[in-house]
Design a protein. Structure first.
Length: 341
């Protein structure tokens, strides 16, 4: 039986100060360690991270944001980590591979230091054409060599959108270059890929659920049917191309408040629906032998807007409680669990 491995996590949990969110380097190792404690209490075994804390200054990548503490803090809490390595210097359909190596190198050093990294997820939803896809293959191959040189046995994979990866089976002549790049990406990964899939963004989901007064049975049927259809489409693409790389859920979740252009129906984002979604996706993963991560551990207000109306900032199971006297300072006072897991 497959299961929920854990939750996606970033420590960027502070509020807006006027129009400015708390800065990414304002969170201490102690605060990150404290934020992870409720995740352990909820019986999750792992976290999946986005990046390692790189900030490029004067054309030089430096590890200095608070994502740098994730692996160490997870080790202190007994949590395993899928260590994300974020791309750097994105420009159109390319990114700076050399700058991005900073993320890989730091993740490997943390894996050596703390012994709790299960895999490296290099790049996340970062494929914008054959250029970025080719750059990612180059970065993954660098990471594989670096892992081997470090004497570690850690799979190097990636985390991408399901619809983009389904392009491996797009045989239109106009898509030939991209399809070839996608197939190279699948081949470069060590045995599997993480795939992001969200029924919340299904354009038909509001109609399928029926309205804010839907029962749990109606809601569960709608989201599981959506998940089954999209997963089947991806598996069909994989099968048609005779691909053997495994598929895991990199991200899936449901917000508790707000709306956004990709999902304007504000009535969909409620604590009750998020609770039901967690229960529905947990059952779906078990029934379909799929393992992966729930998005996400904590609300990240910076992803939305200052008034909190954008649902992107409200996907957390928990909301951090704290105060800020300015963008460079944050005091964590507690963690509020929004629904039961």
């Amino acid at each position: 039986m497959r299961e929920i491995l854990g939750v996606s996590f970033q420590p960027y949990v502070g509020p807006f100060d006027g129009s400015q969110p708390v800065l990414y380097n304002a969170y201490s190792l102690g605060q990150v360690t404290e934020l992870l404690a409720p995740i352990v209490s909820a019986k999750f075994k792992a976290i999946s991270t986005y990046g390692q804390g790189t900030f490029v200054w004067n054309q030089k990548p430096i590890i200095q944001d608070s994502n740098q503490y994730n692996i160490q803090a997870a080790a202190a809490n007994g949590l395993k980590v899928t260590a994300g390595c974020a791309i750097q210097g994105l420009s159109g359909d390319s990114f700076n591979v050399d700058w991005s190596k900073c993320e890989v190198d730091f993740a490997i050093s943390q894996a050596q230091a703390w012994g709790n990294v299960t895999d490296l997820a290099v790049g996340s939803e970062c494929l914008f054409g054959p250029g970025t896809t080719g750059d990612l293959v180059t970065l993954i191959n660098y990471a594989k060599k670096a892992v081997k040189k470090a004497g570690l046995s850690i799979p190097v994979v990636t985390r991408q959108r399901w619809d983009v990866m389904a392009g491996v089976n797009n045989t239109k002549s106009s898509y030939k270059t991209m399809r070839k790049a996608l197939l190279s990406l699948v081949a470069a990964c060590d045995g599997y890929l993480f795939i992001d899939m969200y029924p919340y963004f299904d354009p038909n989901i509001a109609g399928a659920i029926g309205g804010p007064s839907a029962t749990q049975a109606q809601f569960t049927s709608a989201v599981q049917n959506s998940m089954t259809a999209t997963w089947a489409a991806l598996v069909a693409a994989w099968t048609a191309q005779k691909l053997t790389a495994g598929l895991k859920l990199g991200e899936t979740g449901w917000p508790t408040s707000g709306s956004q252009p990709l999902q304007p129906a504000a009535w969909l984002a409620t604590v009750q629906f998020a609770q039901w979604y967690y229960e529905a996706i947990k059952a779906w993963m078990s029934q379909n032998s799929v393992e992966g991560y729930i998005f996400e551990g904590y609300n990240e207000p910076w992803k939305g807007v200052a008034d909190g109306s954008n649902s992107e900032g409200h996907f957390g199971i928990w909301a951090a409680q704290g105060t800020s006297s300015g963008p460079s300072q944050y005091t964590l006072t507690g963690e509020l669990q929004k629904y039961s897991v």
